[in-house]
Design a protein around this ligand. Structure first.
Ligand SMILES: [Zn+2]
Length: 130
């Protein structure tokens, strides 16, 4: 048992709060306390104003599929093709590259977050049409 995902090589100081929240099945995004911009994936500074005054807010877990493709070739062991790879616009603003676990999905569909368990790593946020 470990207290930190850093022990597993799964995180760095910038991303560790994100993965710790994932371990509790909470999807979080970085929010700049200087300008209010939200961003994901985590970075050490704000993409809008370059401030390093960043905090974390919990996302609703909802979003809309911005773009979608079907992967038909095996790429990684944990995902057996065919499967959907998508860009999801979270309700909080950031656009997330993710996996859609529904049997059918289309651009513009509403989705909600679910969690894929992984051996020795924090759960991964994936999405299902709602
Ligand atoms: Zn900012």
């Amino acid at each position: 048992m470990t207290d930190s995902f850093s022990d597993l090589g799964a995180a760095d100081p910038t991303t560790e709060p994100f993965w710790q929240a994932c371990a509790e099945h909470r999807l979080t995004v970085q929010r700049c306390t200087a300008c209010g911009n939200s961003q994901l994936y985590p970075r050490p500074f704000c993409l809008a104003c370059e401030s390093d005054a960043l905090g974390w807010v919990e996302a609703s877990g909802g979003g809309i599929i911005y773009s979608l493709t079907t992967v038909r070739l095996p790429v990684i062991d944990e995902l057996k093709p065919p499967y959907y790879l998508a860009l999801v616009d979270l309700d909080e603003g950031p656009r997330l590259l993710t996996n859609i676990v529904s049997d059918k999905a289309s651009i513009g569909d509403r989705v909600g977050v679910e969690w894929r368990a992984r051996d020795g790593l924090p759960p991964l946020p994936v999405f299902r049409t709602t």
